[in-house]
Design a binder for this molecule. Sequence first.
Ligand SMILES: [Zn+2]
Length: 95
Amino acid sequence: MSDYWPYDEEAIYQDADILQAQYEMEARQLSAARRAGRCQHSSVVGVSASGEILYPEQEGLKRGQMRCTEHTNGCAELFESQEDWDAARDEALYG
Ligand SMILES: [Zn+2]
């Protein structure tokens, strides 16, 4: 530490290294799941603010609902809410 930079640089670098390792682990899990044909529901589309249909996955959606656009193994799963989608992603990633 110095008078000019009152932060513990070693700790900052260590935190960054830990985060980087976590991101790399998640990327490896995502890649392995896709190769195995398990959808991680990593992207979704919901109803646009105007209600205009911009993507085919938006057809038939009600406000608040979202549909998977990752499409691994043909997935088009419908999620009722953000919480529903979060839970499905956690289940797919961590089991
Ligand atoms: Zn999916």
